[in-house]
Design a protein around this ligand. Structure first.
Ligand code: SAM
Length: 452
């Protein structure tokens, strides 16, 4: 037990030995008296000097200022990249940690056991795997326009990136072309402190199967963009400019204009199907691993050709459409209307006639869906990181499916959701992690819950 007297003070520099990695990526250490400190930029085995940035009753948070004794596990980083914090751990070790974190969340948070935790599916590519990256514009110390990522933990400082190792060579080329064009035009970056300035973000999407590239420049309202020179400087299949009014850092919303190409949608192939998606619709960022994720969902759904399947949080319909040939019928529900319009187009384009898609909030629209479609045999859910609210879980339980296939991007929210489902009489049978995001702490997994 620590007391206020034995707890370190905020701002104090501590010497800490890291002995674990927490979900979210921070190293875990115990200060004198057992006070738990989550330490950024540290891995198990490191001895670090770290400044305490947050002091709570039961735990603190700290930022590493010096690695005094590096962990024997550490390997040299390949890239100066804020988006790849786990690159200092060998890939095998990253997989081991993720596998353990899924198990730990289910056991500790969900108090679950008796399930089969299957080996994590490793990534096909450990680097250059992303089909989408969002970059931010900024200025370096000399005032030169740069394009890269937010510095770790900073909302206002941008670090330049020359070769982003999470993106393909072609995607990098597109970013450099856009930056050269912007410098040539004398445009400045949006200043997050004063909320003035033109260039905010550059979103680059690349179809890994189709080879199509889409670049979307996000600018502040009132910015004059010379679209002709932009389309000459950045020769991609689809070039868009989005104008945003607000002060928050977001690439969503605003007004989007097509500068080059015939359509604002982006095309990618997945599991043998053709998908088009609107600029702001969700799409898994690792194409190769999305196929493995959906194949796992299909395996767990174990369809025999006659089932009614709900695809909740369906986005542009990727999971539902890949299951449709093995199902009786598929019903998709998603809150973003644009994404549902894409899902309907995608069903038609792939000649899938047994899939139906509706725009709506799962929290409010579940009962209507059951009334309209009938009770589901299988429910697939793929919610955002926050997981399902207790009410959504209750609505799913009311519909009484035989199987629930839960695709999760956060084991710490999967765990309480799965516990609520188990409490209602289901059995958690299998859980299979799939590594969609090498070099980062992000974990994806698929869980199968069956009515007992
Ligand atoms: C993790 S994505 C999954 C999308 C899709 N299953 C896929 O694999 O591409 C979560 C989706 O849930 C949608 N969403 C978020 N909150 C929602 C809600 N309350 N009701 C319905 N859909 C929601 C988001 O717009 C997003 O498309």
């Amino acid at each position: 037990m620590t007391t206020a007297a034995t707890r370190p003070e905020r701002g104090q520099t501590l010497e800490l030995r890291i002995d674990d990695l927490a979900y979210g990526g921070a190293g875990v250490a115990r200060h004198e008296g057992g006070y738990v400190v989550f330490v950024r930029d540290a891995v198990p085995g490191d001895l670090v000097r770290a400044v305490l940035t947050k002091r709570k009753r039961h735990y603190g948070e700290a930022r590493t200022v010096e690695v005094v004794e590096p962990s024997p596990e550490r390997i040299p980083p390949r890239a100066d990249h804020p988006g790849a914090p786990w690159q200092v751990l060998p890939y095998e070790r990253q997989l081991e940690v993720k596998q353990h974190q899924v198990d730990d969340a289910l056991r500790r948070i969900g108090r679950l056991d008796g399930y089969e935790l299957e080996p994590i599916v490793p990534a096909v590519q450990e680097w250059r795997y992303r089909n989408k990256l969002e970059f931010s514009f900024g200025h370096d110390a000399d005032g030169t326009l740069i394009c890269g990522f937010h510095a770790p933990g900073s909302w206002e400082d941008i670090v330049h990136v020359e070769d982003c190792l999470l993106q393909s060579e072609r995607g990098n080329e597109v970013r450099r072309q856009a930056l050269d064009w912007a410098r040539g035009q004398g445009l400045g970056a949006y200043d997050r402190r004063t909320q003035a300035g033109a260039l905010r973000n550059l979103v680059v999407r690349e179809g890994r199967r189709t080879g199509e590239v889409q670049a979307r420049l996000v600018v502040t309202e009132g910015t004059e963009v010379d679209t002709r020179s932009l389309s000459e400087a950045v020769p991609v299949e689809s070039l868009l400019v989005t104008t945003i009014e607000g002060v928050g850092e977001t690439t969503m919303g605003g007004t989007t204009e097509i500068v080059a190409g015939s359509s604002p949608t982006f095309r990618e192939e997945l599991s043998g199907l053709d998908f088009r998606l609107s600029a702001q619709a969700f799409f898994q960022t690792n194409t190769e691993m999305a196929e493995k994720l959906y194949a796992t969902a299909a395996e767990f759904a174990a369809l025999g050709g006659h089932e009614r399947v709900y695809d909740l949080f369906c986005g542009i319909g990727t999971i539902g459409l890949s299951l449709a040939p093995r199902a009786g019928e598929v019903w998709g529900l998603e809150i973003v209307e644009e994404a549902i319009a894409d899902a309907i187009t995608n069903a038609r384009a792939n000649d899938i006639r047994n899939a139906h898609f509706f725009a709506g909030d799962v929290r409010l629209a579940m009962r209507d869906l059951v009334e309209k479609a009938g009770r589901p045999d299988v429910v697939v859910v793929d919610p955002p990181r926050a997981g399902l609210s207790q009410k959504v879980v209750r609505r799913i339980l009311e519909a009484s499916p035989k199987r629930i296939v839960y695709v999760s991007c956060n084991p710490t929210t999967l765990a309480p959701n799965a516990a609520q489902v188990v409490e209602a009489g289901y059995v958690l049978r299998r859980v299979r992690p799939v590594d969609m995001f090498p070099q980062t702490h992000h974990i994806e997994c698929v869980a199968l819950l069956e009515r007992a």
